[in-house]
Design a protein around this ligand. Sequence first.
Ligand SMILES: [Ca+2]
Length: 108
Amino acid sequence: MTKQLEKDSNYNQFDTDHDGVVTDAELSRSERMMMIENMDKMADQQRIMAWAALIAPPVLIAYLASELVELSKVNALNGLVTTYCAAMGTIVVAFMAATAYVRGKTGE
Ligand SMILES: [Ca+2]
């Protein structure tokens, strides 16, 4: 028994051969495609985050080393900056490890 989709149904996007019926195979393929697209978007976001984490600490250190900041403030911020830079390094390492793990899993 098959059920025809209504003309303006939201499920028409899953009907890849446009015969008016969404089969289990079409639904499964659509789910996999959405999952791949979501993973790709997530990887893009993680890549941006890793680049920001990589660039921010040297910029912050260069700013603190410049003459724009008083020495007394640099001393006060030292612990905070150290923690911040360590956290940013951890983000970059986590991203690289996750990327290597995913590539190992998918065989790329
Ligand atoms: Ca179909």
